[in-house]
Design a protein around this ligand. Structure first.
Ligand code: AMP
Ligand code: ZN
Length: 486
């Protein structure tokens, strides 16, 4: 029996054992192996944007992290069911159910109605996702399309004694859920400064939070068993995650500011309503900072994604800049980091171009060990809670080694295949094709004609003219190759 041979048994075991991916869980504050509810499937919910203005690059740090995570899980063979909501019922400036509704305030500023504001900025958000090359999510559900689902959960919570009605408002009773505070560490009297909530005349406990609110001034309103009103922010994510992914999620992500109160409240609502664990693994991206401060819409110290593009940073470079610092480290935004990211992605694109049109002669055997080592290093780095710096380090070491060998066609084909596999995760290496003006194209065509006529002097002159205008020309076995100087 082959199974009796120790080597074979070990190999079989290794093949059957799950991929050894470990992620840091905010809930347990430690790294743990990824275990999913269903083998090979990851149900992942990402807290999405509040669509009341242009998203800033801090928001996109958190979204890029979610995309990177999804892409790596797919690299590892998982089917990822990813849902990222769109918050289009504005939540209040203060988490304590007080203050101005951000979406409605913006509507007043722009002299539009909140629905127009929400649709406009949702479109901008989806457009940026596309520009940055994000994988398509299973759904981007809107809060306003799920009011009925939210009301149903609130009714369950009332029926089970986890919520109470005061006038036309409904509050969640935090005392009814002893595990409240487990995620954030904000427990009882130990509430951290900033998370402390003042007593409220309607609330039995200052920690209680609104599930449904009555406010005649609010423009977005819906009928409910408690009168016209609108839902609290937290209930939307409980309702939409459950509808699209089921009562227990494998992974839930957000930025670090979502931990408390938002995610703490989601856990309380969903676990009380369903009597099941809400989510197995919580992953949070730390902030993108500007001059040591959180980049934030409300303080005004932010750069929108379009601001960055307008400075000539390409989408690939921005993606690289936002994903190359580990997600659990705060990252300071600087233009120097952007230009370093631009150089890195240009180098990746140049390597890829070279492999697609190899100039060397080295056989496959000359690069095989560099490729194998790179794959091993890349995977073990990413398996360890997405250690992107080590993974990218492995990619650049591979580039140096392969370039040194000077690959011929077979070696280049193998190197290209591996590179594209790595790049299915980072999605930064395929340079957009250079676009030439009509004049530049005419010069390029004239140069091809000059070379065909063996008019080397004219071909060199045209090269000089093109280079002076920033278009570099190289002659390869298959013909002329042109690219724009960066
Ligand atoms: P919002 O549109 O304010 O609801 O935020 C959308 C997402 O961006 C949430 O997951 C936030 O946690 C995240 N976020 C907000 N500011 C930052 C920042 N400076 N750095 C990283 N993530 C952020
Ligand atoms: Zn959420």
């Amino acid at each position: 029996m082959p199974g009796d041979v120790p080597g074979v048994t070990l190999r079989k075991l290794l093949a059957e054992s799950p991929v050894p991916i470990q992620f840091h869980n905010t809930l347990t504050k430690s790294k743990q192996p990824l275990e999913t509810l269903e083998k090979g499937v990851v149900r992942m919910y990402n807290c999405g944007p509040t669509v009341y203005s242009y998203p800033h690059i801090g928001n996109f740090r958190s979204f890029t992290f979610a995309d990177l995570l999804r892409r790596y899980l797919e690299y590892r063979g998982y089917e990822v069911r990813q849902v990222m909501n769109v918050t289009d019922v504005g939540h209040l400036v203060h988490d304590a159910d007080e203050g101005e509704d951000k979406l409605e305030a913006q509507a007043r500023r722009e002299k539009k109605d909140p629905w127009q504001i929400a649709r406009h900025y949702e479109e901008i958000f989806l457009g940026i996702r596309e520009k940055l090359g994000f994988a398509k999510a299973l759904a981007h559900p809107r809060a306003t399309d799920h009011i009925g689902e939210m009301i149903a959960i609130i009714e369950t919570l009332l029926a089970k004694g986890n919520a109470y009605v005061v006038g036309s408002n409904v509050y969640f009773s935090v005392a009814s859920f002893p595990a409240y505070g487990r995620l954030s560490g904000n427990v009882g009297d130990g509430l951290e400064a900033g998370a402390r909530i003042e007593p409220h005349p309607d609330k039995k406990d200052p920690r209680d939070f609104a599930l449904w609110k009555h406010d005649p001034q609010h423009i977005m309103q819906w009928d409910s068993p408690w009168g016209r009103g609108f839902p609290g922010w937290h209930i939307e994510c409980s309702a939409m995650s459950q509808k699209y992914l089921g009562e227990t999620l494998d992974i839930h992500t957000g930025g670090e500011d979502n931990i408390f109160p938002h995610h703490e409240c989601e856990i309380a609502q969903s676990e009380c309503a369903n009597g099941k664990p809400f989510c197995r693994l919580w992953m949070h991206a730390r902030f993108l900072l500007v001059d040591g401060q959180k980049m934030s819409k409300s303080t005004g110290n932010f750069l929108t994604v379009e601001d960055v593009f307008r400075k000539g940073v390409t989408p690939q470079a921005l993606r690289y800049a936002l994903s190359s610092t580990h997600y659990r480290q705060q990252q300071n935004f600087t233009w120097e980091a952007c230009s370093a990211a631009q150089q890195a992605v240009d180098r990746l694109a140049e390597y890829r171009r070279g492999l697609a049109d190899p100039a060397g002669t080295a056989p496959l055997s000359a690069v095989k060990s560099a490729l194998d080592a790179a794959q091993k290093a890349f995977e073990s780095a990413m398996d360890d809670d997405l250690n992107v710096s080590e993974a990218l380090g492995a990619v650049f070491t591979m580039i140096r080694d392969v370039n040194k060998a000077g690959p011929g066609p077979a070696a280049a084909a193998a190197a290209l295949e591996l590179f594209d596999r790595f790049d299915s995760v980072f999605n930064v290496g395929a340079a957009p094709p250079d676009v030439f003006t009509a004049e530049e194209q005419a010069l390029l065509d004239a140069r091809v004609a000059a070379r065909a006529a063996k008019n080397w002097a004219e071909s060199d002159r045209l090269r000089g003219v093109l280079e002076a205008g920033g278009v570099l020309v190289e002659d390869r076995a298959r013909g002329q190759r042109a690219r724009r100087r960066r």
